[in-house]
Design a protein around this ligand. Structure first.
Ligand code: BGC
Length: 752
């Protein structure tokens, strides 16, 4: 059996390491080489040996990373530092590489073009990846980003965003993987595994409960610990198990009183104690507020430290060690955690190249296009309006800048895509203004439609004048409206309406032409007051740098849509657990307080009480008996699928078997979803899912195992899971609101 990269060392190994440690820093490096360069030894033991050989100066330097935009050009700045999120110097005599950190949720980021001319492949929004319900898509995206990062000499990727989208208006929802802990955890884990397959490090972020952007530096997220274990923490746990990220990034907000980056319960009791995590905890940028408290709570590395009020893990930490408030042993543990990440990820043994390497952007564009195609969700298709056929001779494309590109989400995840930027609008104000611009990737849906329909007359009208758009649509065979809603890190959207009068535009066009399809480029749920008046609605999310061709391929049936919503689309804001961002009114106009760089602003923390507890997302709507606009898991296809022969075995872990049949006339992929309700509760919980590609008429038998933790409750007294036992109902369904096929199952009570 091969060793888990973060496996704990055996007693023998620890004794060996202790003996090496006892040799002290004066021992010649060569004599110790056998320990840290021995690839057969556990990463933790090799890391401990390296720590024992580091000088005090080297140690304190590795405990905080530089923020290049503030450091480049200052006296003594490292000459090989690239403008990006973070950097720390190499220690060549010990083979410790420089750490070059880049954001990487959707590609190697290059916000506000801090590296002039440096482009990278832009995946669609993570919500699109999640909509595929396809772990292989998540892995491929991560592997692609990791390969580009490595070739660009980056080796620490700030990827792996797995916060549950508890609020439909969340500004960063597009960067996350939806509202369900199983789906989010699996997809984040696969993304991270893909990144790290390149022998570089990834984070999982933002630990934890960073569910809203409004006041993210000061808000106090309140949720009882068992409910957190059953929801947000479970997503992190599953992601860590599957992806084995070298690092966990603690978030800006407070969690039950303490800042996440100085939260002992989160960083030490849970992450290390209960989960046995062996990598390191890095802070979010500007998220550190203390030295001793953060150090004692379990923070290992202060990121982009120039953004904090002080470089807390620099001189102040040295002073705290000198005064005995923090022991040198505690400092060494932090370094061991960091270097365990460096070694376990493979980076130590496979250093990143010193200079940029060539990248196969053509192959990578295919990864981006496939993710976009598999992630689009067909929400409505009245009278089988889609796919459009060759009989459509006059096509009017309206709005959304569809003539030049596709919208992208804003903030630290912003990629400058290989095809270029079609349009970029700076923000005039607001917390995101300093680092975010409203950006369209150069991938024109209009051009892609024209390429697919060379004999049709395809015209474009920008949609700013609804009457003109309606007039253009009136005589056409088909009108395709592109509706957009931009979201960005650091700000939430104030409500779920499409902005800038787009609802009116859609109403006007639909009234003029019943053959109207709406393509949504949104970073989450929007309201659709016009829904029953249009023929079709395709949720394309932010579709990334190949969005144009991907959208055209789905509209015209070259690709059969197969995405399913990873989050609920409520019918109105009032249905959601919180109708609007908490604190929005209080912070309005106070950009500094709400800003990611908002340290030093004295605004009192405000609580956000997550009243829904573990019932995030669809569970909340089910618990309240609310009928959303579209439920979690929903998605249509150009074919349709039937389920039969459901059988479920109980005992300690339910095993669910069933047949899926493609009942239509096209090849297609289905996403069978298995939910369970616990005794005495009407609330469904996703316990397993699959993605099955079938030819017309084909049937496949699928067997899935339930994730036992979803069937359990967290017991804070024993710090473990408890399945109460008794009669559970298992439902095989097309979405969270579908009654599907159900079977009762009896589970054995157990704790684990
Ligand atoms: C974001 C992180 C990001 C970091 C570095 C922060 O503002 O919250 O997700 O990794 O900046 O750019």
């Amino acid at each position: 059996m091969s060793a888990h990269p973060f496996a704990r060392p055996s007693r023998k190994h620890l004794l060996l390491a202790a003996a090496t440690l006892a040799m002290g820093v004066s021992a010649p490096v060569q004599a110790q080489n056998t320990v840290w360069s021995d690839t057969k030894r556990p990463a933790e033991e090799r890391a401990a040996a390296l720590v024992s050989a580091m000088t005090s100066e080297e140690k304190f330097e590795l405990l905080h990373t530089l923020f290049p935009p503030r450091v480049i050009g200052t006296p003594g700045a490292p000459t090989d530092m690239l403008p990006s999120a973070g950097y720390s110097r190499a220690i060549p005599r010990l083979g410790i590489p420089e750490l070059r950190e880049s954001d990487a949720s959707l590609g190697v980021a290059n916000q506000v073009e801090q590296r002039k001319g440096d482009t990278a492949t832009a995946l669609p929004a993570s919500l699109a990846t999640a909509s595929s319900f396809d772990p292989a898509i998540a892995y491929a995206g991560g592997a692609m980003i990791g390969a580009e990062a490595r070739a660009k000499t980056f080796n620490v990727l700030l990827a792996g965003g797995v916060n549950l989208t508890r609020d439909p208006w969340g500004g960063r929802n597009f960067e996350y993987l939806g509202e369900d802990p199983l789906l989010s955890g699996v997809m984040a884990g696969e993304h991270i595994r893909g990144v790290q397959s390149n022998h570089i490090m990834s984070t999982v972020k933002h630990f934890a409960l960073n569910s809203q952007e409004t006041g993210r530096m000061i808000a106090d997220a309140r949720l009882d610990w068992p409910a957190m274990h059953e929801s947000d923490l479970l997503a992190f746990k599953i992601a860590i198990e599957r992806g084995k990220p070298a690092s966990v990034m603690c978030s800006y907000n407070r969690v039950n009183g303490d800042y996440a980056c100085e939260n002992h319960m989160l960083l030490t009791d849970i992450l290390r104690g209960q989960w046995g995590y062996q990598g390191f905890v890095m802070s979010d940028w500007g998220a550190v507020h203390s030295t001793v408290k953060a150090a004692k709570a379990g923070l290992d590395q202060e990121s982009g430290a120039e953004l904090d009020k002080a470089i807390y893990f620099g001189e102040p930490l040295q002073k705290a060690v000198a005064s005995g408030e923090v022991s040198m042993g505690e400092v060494d543990t932090k370094l061991r955690n960091i270097l365990t990440g460096v070694i376990a990820s493979g980076l130590y043994d496979h250093p990143t190249p010193a200079h940029e390497q060539t990248i196969d952007y053509t192959a990578h564009a295919q990864v981006a296009q496939r993710a976009a195609e598999e992630g689009m969700v067909l929400l409505r298709n009245a009278g089988n309006m889609l796919p459009l056929t060759a009989s459509a001779k006059r096509i009017v494309v309206i709005g959304g800048h569809a003539d030049i590109g596709v919208l992208s989400g804003g903030g630290s995840s912003q990629v400058r895509s290989v095809g270029g930027v079609a349009l970029e609008i700076p923000l005039k104000s607001g917390p995101a203004a300093s680092f975010s611009r409203t950006t369209w990737h150069s991938s024109s849906p209009l051009a892609a439609i024209r390429a697919l329909m060379p004999s049709a007359q395809v015209t474009y009208i920008d949609g700013t004048d609804p009457a003109a758009a309606a007039a253009a649509a009136r005589g056409a065979d088909v009108a395709i409206i592109f509706a957009t809603q931009w979201r960005t890190e650091a700000e939430d959207v104030p409500d779920l309406a499409l902005p800038d009068g787009q609802d009116g535009l859609i109403e006007a066009v639909a009234a003029a032409n019943p053959h109207t399809a709406v393509v949504l480029e949104t970073g989450g749920a929007v309201k659709m007051p016009w829904l029953t008046k249009v023929g079709a609605v395709l949720e394309a999310w932010y579709p990334g740098q190949r969005g144009g061709p991907a959208i055209a391929n789905v509209l015209f049936g070259k690709v059969n849509p197969s995405g399913h919503l990873p989050l609920t689309f409520p019918a109105s804001e009032a249905q959601a657990p919180r109708p609007a961002p908490v604190g929005l009114e209080m912070l309005r106009g106070n950009d500094a307080a709400a800003n990611a760089d908002g340290n030093g602003v004295d605004v009192p923390p405000f609580p956000i009480t997550y009243q829904e507890g573990a019932n995030a997302g669809y569970r909340w709507y089910a618990a309240r008996g609310e009928k959303p606009l579209f439920p979690f898991g929903y998605g249509l296809s150009y074919t349709h699928f039937g389920y039969s022969h459901l059988s479920v075995t109980g005992g300690t872990q339910p095993v669910i078997s069933f047949d899926v049949t493609n009942l239509g006339k096209r090849d297609g992929a289905d996403v069978p979803q298995v939910y369970a309700t616990l005794p005495g509760s009407p609330v469904p919980r996703l316990i397993a899912f699959d993605r099955v590609t079938l030819k017309p008429g084909e049937t496949r038998r699928v067997t899935l195992r339930a994730e036992p933790r979803i069937l359990a409750h967290w017991d804070e007294a024993t710090k473990g899971w408890r399945i109460a036992g008794g009669r559970y109902t298992v439902t095989l369904a097309h979405d969270a609101a579908d009654r599907g096929l159900s079977a009762p199952v009896t589970l054995t009570p157990r704790s684990f």
